[in-house]
Design a protein around this ligand. Sequence first.
Ligand SMILES: Nc1ncnc2c1ncn2[C@@H]1O[C@H](COP(=O)(O)OP(=O)(O)OP(=O)(O)O)[C@@H](O)[C@H]1O
Ligand SMILES: [Mg+2]
Length: 456
Amino acid sequence: MDLKWLLVRRITLVALACFLTGAAVALYVTAREAKQQNLELVELAGRQLDLQLSRIDRSTDIPKRFPDWDLVTSYSLRPGQCVAYRGTDETLQRSSCAGVDAAATSAPWWFFEVYRSFINDRLTAVRPLSYRGANQGTIVAAHDPVATAGQAWATIAPLLGLSAALVAALCFVTYFVVDRALLPAKDILSGLNRLAGGDLACRLPAFRLAEYNRIGEVFNALAKDLSKATSERVELARRLVDTQEQERRHIARELHDEIAQRLAALNALAASIRTGAMRNAPGIADEARELEKMASDLMISLRRTLTYLRPQEIDDLGLIQSLKALVEQHNKDAQGRTNYSIKTAGDVEHLRAETSAHVYRIVQEALTNASRHANARNVAVLLRKQAGIGQERIHLSVVDDGAGPSPVDKPSILSGAGLIGMRERVVALSGTFTAGPLPAGGFGLQVEFPTLQGGA
Ligand SMILES: Nc1ncnc2c1ncn2[C@@H]1O[C@H](COP(=O)(O)OP(=O)(O)OP(=O)(O)O)[C@@H](O)[C@H]1O
Ligand SMILES: [Mg+2]
């Protein structure tokens, strides 16, 4: 629930409770006064009638004059107050009431009804009359409910008006004060949303209220830590894939410089032994030929491994040429069934060695996939480098017009190691990777990642 309305509701309830308590106290005081007046009246009137009875007993008065009502009404009745004498048979013998100005003491009907039902009847005072142990009737004093309800209403009405005005003012002030006080909460919420959306540079401003300010400080510290941890993680992931490429490059160089050279020497030696043996010792010529063949097989297999580890062309010819060579190799293998093509834009030649290797690996796997799964007429590679926000970015797409992935053979395209490996590599480079069937048919792969500072 909205905090403003919650507070307004609570304040109204508390004010209503206060008003009801105040009204109950005011009613209680008014009722106690009225009861006291009735008690005093019956007591005074009763004493006068007791005296008259004793005079009658002493024959200084005559019974016919009982009750002497002038004696009773000599006490001034308050407005709305009534006094009555009931005989021994409970019949009303005499009664008098003081009039009220009904217009001046009018109360709303609902209040009048409530007052009459619950309060007025309890205000009646009764005093029995007896002389020498004999019952002589009763004196009853009561208030006209119109008068007492009017008086009680006159006491409560200003209280009600004042309370209503006070509650309205309090609610109004509370609503606007709370509304203003909650404004920073909106900023905090939008900051949290931005942070959840990946905007780690988001910071909260300083707030006037100390509590919000503290929240803002904690938020900013957390965002800073998160940003630092994220950039460290991104850097670590990038270093991992870069190191992997460096390691492969290093192993390839070692293999090339050491083993390949020695194999070449071994091959040459075997060839020389074979030539010499053919003349001087024909018995070992066949073994020398065998040795020569083994050395040359090993060299072919080593060259294949070297190409897998790090195509020599990237270092020798540069990225574009090695990609073109890759495409040409596929064209040759396809024997005209599929046309592989490549286009580049921007300066993609002078990328870092690791970045070039990443691009090469992705294109290599995408082309292998196209030749294995697509059965396409055309496969197009587009590689470009574009200026991005703060950093330049590599955009790479490999699109074919083949049959697309077969849902029967493999329900998920992420079931092989190729696409998963590509995606992991791109994610480690803080880039984005999408691959899947195209709406117009065929298969498409889109990759985009930032080239790093320190010389593309
Ligand atoms: N160009 C494409 N055309 C059609 N389907 C493709 C294409 N590229 C990938 N796929 C689908 O995506 C699946 C996953 O490809 P991925 O490269 O991950 O694995 P793979 O090629 O099957 O095996 P490997 O682990 O040897 O690469 C493929 O099996 C294939 O169904
Ligand atoms: Mg594959």
